[in-house]
Ligand binder design. Structure first.
Ligand SMILES: Cc1cc2nc3c(=O)[nH]c(=O)nc-3n(C[C@H](O)[C@H](O)[C@H](O)COP(=O)(O)O)c2cc1C
Length: 123
C-alpha cells in the first residue's frame, strides 16, 4: 500500500469550488479503494492519499497536472503496511490535523520519497 502527502497553492480557488472537487474525489477515490484526507485554508492545499500503489501514483500525477492549483510539492511518498484512515473516500480535515498525520508517517518512514519503486514519469 502506498502513502502520498503533498502540498500546493490554490489562490484563485473558492471554498465552493474546493467543496465540489472533494465531492467528486470522494466517490472517485472510493471506487479505486483509495482513502485519505484533504485540507484547504483558502490558499494552501494539503492532501494525503493512501491505497493500492499504482492507483495512488496515478492519482497523484493527475492531481499534480490539475490547473486549479500550482506548485505541487511532494512531502512524503512511502510504502506502508496499514492505512491510518477508516474506509475509502476522502475526508476533510483541518490543516493542523492533517499535518500531524503527515508527521507521524514521516517519523515512521522518513521524509521525502522513500518508496522502493520510482514515481512513474509524468507525460
Ligand atoms: C487540490 C486538488 C485535489 C484533488 N484531489 C482529487 C482526488 O483525491 N481524487 C480525484 O479523483 N480527483 C482529485 N482532484 C481532481 C483531479 O485533478 C482531476 O480533475 C479528476 O481526477 C478528473 O476526474 P475525471 O476524469 O472524472 O474528470 C483534485 C484536484 C485538485 C485541484
Amino acid at each position: 500500500m502506498r502513502h502520498i502527502a503533498y502540498s500546493s497553492t490554490a489562490e484563485g480557488l473558492t471554498h465552493e469550488e474546493f467543496a465540489s472537487i472533494v465531492e467528486h474525489a470522494r466517490a472517485a477515490n472510493a471506487e479505486r479503494q483509495i482513502s485519505g484526507a484533504i485540507a484547504f485554508d483558502g490558499r494552501i492545499v494539503t492532501q494525503i492519499i493512501e491505497g493500492p500503489a499504482r492507483q495512488v501514483d496515478e492519482l497523484f500525477l493527475t492531481i499534480r497536472r490539475d490547473s486549479r492549483h500550482r506548485g505541487v510539492v511532494l512531502l512524503t511518498r512511502a510504502d506502508i503496511t496499514e492505512s491510518r484512515f477508516d474506509g475509502f473516500g476522502l475526508s476533510r480535515m483541518s490543516p493542523s490535523d492533517l499535518y500531524l498525520i503527515s508527521l507521524a508517517t514521516e517519523e515512521r518512514h522518513g521524509s521525502g520519497d522513500t518508496s522502493l519503486t520510482p514515481l512513474p514519469m509524468d507525460q
